[in-house]
Design a protein around this ligand. Sequence first.
Ligand code: SAM
Ligand code: SF4
Length: 335
Amino acid sequence: MTAAPLIDPFARAITYLRVSVTDRCDFRCVYCMSENMTFLPKKELLTLEELDRMCTTFIGLGVKKLRITGGEPLVRRDIMTFFQRMSRHLDSGALQELTLTTNGSQLARFADDLFAAGVRRVNISLDTLDDAKFAEITRWGRLKQVLEGIDAAQAAGLQVKINAVALKGFNEDELFTLQDWCASRDMGLTFIEVMPMGDLGNENRLTQYWSLKDLRARLAERFTLVDLSERTGGPARYVQLAETGQKIGFITPLTHNFCESCNRVRLTCTGELYMCLGQEDMADLRAPLRASGDDAQLAQAIRAAIARKPKGHDFDYSRATVDGQMTRHMSHTGG
Ligand code: SAM
Ligand code: SF4
């Protein structure tokens, strides 16, 4: 890399790009999407070639880690071509990690190809191990298909981490079932607090909110929790269960302030760059990308955007109403 790295106004180096490659999904998780979603017309989306140019430009500016997300990234047509192309940056050493977050439904088809493209770890979202509850929370999903996807991922050699959204009255009773299941399969487990994204009024995030402080206290009733110093530059904090050696993560955007070490930005499938998940400000990178075949203009627009990265977000559940609420759906910015 010859260009100066991306440093924001708060002296944070931006080395992690999360890219949403589609707003579409084969599930309709209640906390993420409404049942009747209107998706973007195809012409609005960056093509796979444009996504390649975007990511390559970011990598040229010092991004070391790329996480592909959505919507459901594996429902985008021909997405394996994109992963295969990105693997050249792993080969050159410019990129340290290429990874994805997926609902797992398509992994039985794609796990081997992902491994061949250099992916070594996947995050798979799964909130429950109960068939009926899975159908309820995802509306359109089938648990069996996801479990087969997880089997395929592990068989392909991918390291799996399970992400579960902590939902009051929904998976509270499965805390130890999920923990035990992940331990038995040698998979990491991270809990996420539900965030006030794209709330349409029909699902009330406040009643679904299960604080991870409470979840952690319940884990501590059965295990000795050892805090790990490991930091990913994001909202995750980790503990080790002394009795099993298992690592459990907590993503607590609402009860903890993690912004001071934030190293990431998010690109939507239309080329909007969100400098903070919890703020509305974004930069349109599609226009500079399409304006010229050379990437200098794009690189300049990226630098100008990073110079606007805010200090932090304003989510707050501590009052009776949800403050700092975003009207955007999670699937838009990419989780
Ligand atoms: N479809 C893929 C999946 O489900 O893993 C990738 C995109 S999804 C938007 C990424 C993550 O965001 C998932 O783990 C999902 O559970 C989480 N998520 C979606 N809506 C959320 C919300 N309102 N609060 C917290 N996490 C949310
Ligand atoms: Fe789809 Fe993931 Fe959102 Fe569920 S959380 S609707 S799987 S994008």
